[in-house]
Ligand binder design. Structure first.
Ligand SMILES: C[S@@+](CC[C@H](N)C(=O)[O-])C[C@H]1O[C@@H](n2cnc3c(N)ncnc32)[C@H](O)[C@@H]1O
Length: 296
């Protein structure tokens, strides 16, 4: 047997593998979200949202990385244009890599950023030293300051509705604005359950001390991003994955056979991830909304 196979019988390796497995059990998605980390390596303007494409009919194979980044800047500017209290304190909840907070600071707004994610905190503290940033979940943010505007730019889906409402009431006063840009599920059918049901959200707001003062369905404007991602997945990711598996089969038939279940698991995980960026499913199952709420 080859030495590398004999290595697998080494008990020290088994103990280390067990330790790593145990450590992985503690993975907290909000602290080190691998998907968001991946996107932050691809897009370099420190934004982790779907962007806003003015041309909703643009063909996906004509979209460049530059036009994706431009669409993201436009999305951020759409949010900024909704801020009415230009002098007040703003909280950028789930600030990602700090792109929106950076533009707000450039435009002389007074902003505090917040993210529970360790990589994002490190990045912001290195690159945007002048932006104050909280390293915690929104639900846990200290209640010592009052904000006149709270922004959830594609971060609302991660926050429990009841806890979110409790917290926002503790850090705002009457007249405050809450700008939420995110997608919402239209029903419970889809395979991907990330995001709130739109009906739940509207019902909770109706029962709260907040009222919706502006809303816009921007689904058509974010769909070009999904079509672009889908194109890359179909034309690069799937062929690459198949190539890697086939190469593995020819070079390591023994291990290929033994790892059938692992490969099946990888295929299922990919199927689930891809379903979340399927533009047709998205259009049928979700709505991407801009909401401005005002505290009564
Ligand atoms: C899709 S990214 C959006 C990032 C950024 N707002 C933007 O528009 O580029 C979602 C953000 O929400 C953050 N997040 C996840 N759970 C959160 C929570 N419970 N409280 C606050 N932020 C959270 C993630 O760490 C990430 O920064």
């Amino acid at each position: 047997m080859k030495t590398k196979y004999i290595q697998l019988l080494n008990p020290i390796k088994w103990i280390r593998a067990h330790q790593l497995n145990k450590q992985n059990g503690k993975y907290d998605k909000s602290k080190s979200d691998l998907e968001l980390n991946l996107y932050s390596k691809i897009l370099k303007n420190d934004m982790l949202h779907y962007g806003y494409f003015e041309d909703t009919t643009i063909a996906p194979d004509t979209i460049s990385i530059k036009s994706v980044e431009d669409a993201q800047i436009l999305y951020a500017q759409n949010i900024i244009d909704l801020i009415t209290d230009k002098k007040g304190l703003i909280l950028d909840v789930g600030c990602g890599m700090g792109g929106l907070s950076a533009i707000l600071t450039e435009q002389k707004f007074n902003v505090v950023a917040l993210t529970p994610n360790k990589n994002q905190i490190r990045h912001i503290q290195n690159k945007y030293k002048n932006i104050p940033v909280h390293n915690c979940k929104f639900e846990e943010v200290e209640e010592t300051k009052k904000y006149s505007t709270v922004i959830n730019s594609e971060s609302f889906q991660y926050i429990n509705l009841e806890k979110g409402l409790e917290k926002i009431n503790a850090i705002t006063e009457s007249g405050a604005k809450w700008i939420i840009t995110d997608y919402f599920r239209l029903n419970n059918d889809g395979i991907n359950k990330s995001s709130h049901l739109l009906t739940d959200f509207i019902e909770k707001i109706d029962q709260s001390n907040w009222k919706i003062v502006y809303q816009k369905d921007i689904t058509p404007n974010i769909l070009p991003m999904l079509r672009f991602l889908r194109l890359y997945v179909d034309r690069f990711i799937f062929p690459l994955k198949n190539f890697a598996f086939e190469k593995f089969r020819y070079k390591q038939g023994f291990w290929y056979y033994l790892t059938y279940e692992i490969r099946e698991g990888i295929d299922k995980k990919i199927e689930k991830e891809v379903a979340s960026i399927d533009p047709v499913k998205f259009e049928n199952e979700k709505k991407y909304m801009i909401f401005v709420l005002e505290r009564k």
